[in-house]
Design a protein around this ligand. Sequence first.
Ligand code: ADP
Ligand code: MG
Length: 439
Amino acid sequence: MQANERNLWSDVLGQVRLNHPDLVRGWFEDLQPAGLEHGVLRVKARNSAQVRYLQQHCTPVFAEAAQAATGRLVAVIFETDAAEDETSSLHGRPVPGLEEPLDLIPEFTFDNFVTGPCNRLAHAAAVATANDPGRAYNPLFLHSPVGLGKTHLMQAVCHAITANRPGSRVLYISCETFINHFIEAVEEGALNRFRYRYRHVDGLVIDDIQFLAERERSQEEFFHTFNTLHQSRRQIILSADCAPSEIPSLEERLVSRFNSGLVALLDRPCLETRMAIVRKKAKLRCIEVPEDVIRLIGSSVESNIRELEGALLKVDALSQTRGGVITFALAEGALGLNNGRIVKVSVIQEVVARRFGVKVTDLQGKKRSKDMTLPRHVSMYLARQHTALSLQEIGGYFGGRDHSTVLHGSRMIAEQIKQNKDLARQVQELAMEVKHSAH
Ligand code: ADP
Ligand code: MG
């Protein structure tokens, strides 16, 4: 790769990071430009799961960034080296109807799955299944209410099996897809093909199996698929929003088959696990989040991890419009957790002025004397921590000082309170007072 191509590529990535932070993933670092020719920029990803993510979510975004970086019309194509592609082995032995790639989300790996008391059993069972498919637990049945990690864990098993066992054929699909394929096969008189497709795999992973409820013919077909695979010790993994016996109108023979392996519940995560998940998701998306905000986000959503991630993205989105720094106040505002109470800079100034025995007008004014510097910096620090205002907006309350002055002032205090316990206590008391005076 030439040096100018490398520069161009870092410009393109920079543009994407700036304009579409929600799409950026940690593994974007590994993408490699593979040539710009005839208005086409080719980009290499590590595997086909990454290529699919990029194609589905990022093609226009990268094209726009490449155009901004080159000043020309550039199309972007994502590809992967088949030989290096860890999932390509799936296609090594073509099976009719199984040519399409596994539709897995790249991030849904074991590495990115946080364990806690709520999901330890399910996670351990999934790891054991990935290490010894067809033998450890068969079937493995995961259940939980929506948004607690079933799909993530199932896909993690698929990622691990396809990476560790080149040549094994694992099929991951939703139950709806299974039913639709079955209906199509019946209509087209192509049941043999359908059966060949689903019964000649090393692993069959079907998500949200509760959709089989009230589908008598699909249940019948699935029963035979299940038996064929199970008898030849092929791994079966299923998920549902409740335990097998609670799925309405599911035939008894299926309930007993589902119960014959390991049934594991994913429970609601405790606060500590939720915080660990927020930390993990922030890292994956390259978002810097202070610890107090992690706790705030973790406390704001209890029962659904997808919503927890949504809360993190809300905070990030608001911070992007406010200079990119996430503070506690900004997060409270983004999540609507400040009960409509708004801390005003004028209140901060009054409280600080009273404590330091100075005049509010002097805090706002140009006086540079030493006894004004500390209260002014403390006010700036508190404004930064407890309002959602931008640096420039805060500067406006201090006689129109510019954003770098506010940044400098609040950083000074942040540094000083690390060393000076007295000051730390004083600032904390002032913060309490400021919050109490908010309306
Ligand atoms: P379900 O299939 O149970 O509805 P998903 O597997 O789709 O839930 O999970 C919803 C979101 O929450 C996904 O983004 C997933 O990565 C995330 N998630 C769930 N559990 C965990 C966990 N233990 N660690 C990290 N992320 C998790
Ligand atoms: Mg799911």
